[in-house]
Design a protein around this ligand. Structure first.
Ligand code: PAN
Ligand code: ZN
Length: 188
């Protein structure tokens, strides 16, 4: 392949040329703490939660994949709109999330069960080390837009997070961003 540019709109997250993936509440229902609230939203139009737009890069060792993600503002019950979250299928691969717009949180968990939460804000560049799962949430009132760079062969393992969840949830309580224990957390 030859060197080439994509063009990223910092304010909308559009990446061109790119391939867009859409995720609605129905796609993240199993990851939500309040599945009943998720079901109600699905019955009421199944709103768009986030989009990811991937640059066309071969998924092979040596290449760098990159994409933007746009998480819309909203909540399922009291839990902020979130991404599915994943380990990389090739677990020893890191990633960088560079925040362009909005406010959010990045929750990560190591394979030993360490859990860390970082703030995302315009110009924050969060480093996700190898072997840490990762999920993002929009805690603000504007879209949360970030740019991701990762080894192109990393892949996604969604099932571990779908089954286990994270030790912590990020919710709105009394108008504040609040971290609580996840009562539905499962240890495998
Ligand atoms: C990101 C994520 C993107 C969407 O590109 O894939 O933000 O999140 P989910 O994949 O959890 O739905 C990334 O971490 N790639 O490895
Ligand atoms: Zn990733």
């Amino acid at each position: 392949m030859k060197p080439y540019n994509v063009v990223i709109d910092f304010y909308t997250g559009d990446l061109r040329p790119g391939k867009k993936i859409l995720r609605r509440v129905s796609d993240i229902k199993k990851m939500c703490y309040d599945e009943k609230a998720a079901e109600e939203l699905i019955q009421n139009g199944d709103p768009l939660v986030y989009e990811a737009i991937y640059a066309d890069v071969p998924e092979e060792e040596g290449q760098l994949g990159h994409c933007t993600t746009i998480i819309y503002p909203g909540k399922v019950g009291k839990e902020y709109f979130l991404t599915k979250g994943h380990y990389h299928a090739k677990t020893g691969t890191a990633e960088i999330y560079f925040c362009l717009c909005g406010q959010g949180r990045l929750i990560m968990e190591s394979m030993d069960g360490d859990c860390e939460i970082l703030e995302m804000f315009p110009s924050s560049a969060s480093y996700i080390p190898p072997f840490w799962s990762h999920r993002t949430m929009n805690t603000g009132t504007e879209p949360l837009i970030f740019y991701c760079i990762f080894p192109a062969e990393a892949g996604h393992d969604y099932s571990t997070i779908e089954e286990k969840g994270y030790p912590k949830l990020i919710v709105e309580e009394n108008g504040e961003v609040t971290i609580i224990d996840n009562p539905k957390r499962r240890n495998r």
